[in-house]
Design a binder for this molecule. Structure first.
Ligand code: GDP
Ligand code: CA
Length: 314
């Protein structure tokens, strides 16, 4: 079986770990969000690609959900001692090495997809991880604060401001001209099923779908999604602030309707949202089941349910 997953960071990575357990023989291709990418200290940092790579490769900080296990922060402290900005983005010493290797390869002329493949050679995530595009796409957020109305990098809004200032708009700069990375459209075309994990519907899955050509390719397949919203709230993180910015209610139903029946065939909601399954959504098969990824087995059960629903709808 060939499975394609459009993944952001933590939610995507945890779902993927369950999916690997649920479908050990499947060929899994992960199309990763790169809209969160940021240049820091001259280095190219790809938070979502790295979260997937470290989680599936066994190097993740489990409690945090991002960054490396057993991390130290000497480089960060030294940079702070030089009063080099920014100080609000946490980069550990081990993590720094990844960004150095990546930046070195990019500078030598390799596209991000080739660099990601090279990094995965070490981590062996057990999936094929491809960035959505090799082109530079950066998510920016329009806010109004003491400095007036301005656009800041998504990471500054998310990490420094903890999404406390309302987003007036969320814009993926460069996306109109971005091309899907090599292998992206091919893997979607060859897929038996495309899964949308419980990733951020706006700045993770939404950004991937915004790369010209990807949404159309995905819509042509059997697509099953897992709701990142349970009982009207994101399980962790601040996805509600992103949904608000695009005028979508923070509910399992509204996210499915936002994706739309042209894209989604099936939708898993949590038991807390069982009424969505009972009432139904026009054009989308909805099933209610526990959706908390509390551990590997719970994540695997969710993945199994998504695959069963896809099989039913295929
Ligand atoms: P990020 O890039 O690290 O923000 O990760 P993602 O784009 O993958 O989005 C994480 C999203 O997953 C959050 O916005 C939550 O709404 C959702 N999420 C996190 N943990 C769980 C869980 O256990 N179950 C479900 N259903 N959703 C979750
Ligand atoms: Ca992210």
């Amino acid at each position: 079986m060939r499975i394609v997953v459009l993944a952001g960071g933590i939610g995507g990575a945890r779902f993927l770990r369950g999916l690997k357990r649920a479908a050990p023989d499947a060929e899994i291709t992960v199309i990763g969000n790169t809209g969160d990418d940021i240049f820091l200290f001259g280095l190219k940092v790809c938070p979502d690609l790295d979260t997937v790579m470290y989680t599936l490769g066994g190097g993740i900080n489990e409690e945090q959900g991002w960054g490396r296990a057993g991390e130290t922060f000497h480089v960060k402290e030294e940079l702070a001692a030089y009063e080099v900005e920014p100080t609000w983005f946490n980069l550990g010493d081990r993590d720094f090495a990844t960004h150095i290797v990546r930046t070195q390869m990019l500078s030598a002329g390799y596209p991000l997809s080739a660099v990601t493949e090279a990094l995965c050679h070490r981590w062996r995530p057990g999936v094929r991880l491809i960035p959505m595009t090799d082109d530079r796409v950066e998510t920016h957020v329009v806010i109004t604060d003491g400095q007036g109305r301005r656009a800041i990098h998504f990471q500054e809004w998310w990490v420094r401001l903890r999404a406390s200032v309302p987003a007036e708009a969320i814009v993926a700069i460069g996306i109109e001209d971005a091309k899907p990375a090599p292998g992206v459209l091919e893997s979607i075309e060859q897929a038996d099923v495309v899964l949308l994990p419980p990733s951020n519907p706006v700045v993770s899955v939404g950004t991937i779908l915004g790369v010209p050509g990807i949404r159309e390719a995905v819509a042509a397949k059997t697509v099953v999604g897992v709701s990142p919203i349970i009982g009207g709230a994101p399980v962790r993180g601040m996805a509600d602030a992103c949904l608000r910015a695009i005028g979508v209610e923070t509910s399992a139903r509204a996210v499915a309707e936002h994706y739309g029946p042209d894209l989604l065939d099936g939708w898993l909601v949590d038991e807390a949202d069982a009424e969505v399954a009972e009432q139904g959504i026009e054009g989308i098969a909805v099933r209610a089941r526990p959706l908390l990824m509390t551990d590997l087995e719970a994540s695997a059960d969710i993945a199994r349910a998504a695959l069963r629903l896809a099989e039913e709808l295929r």
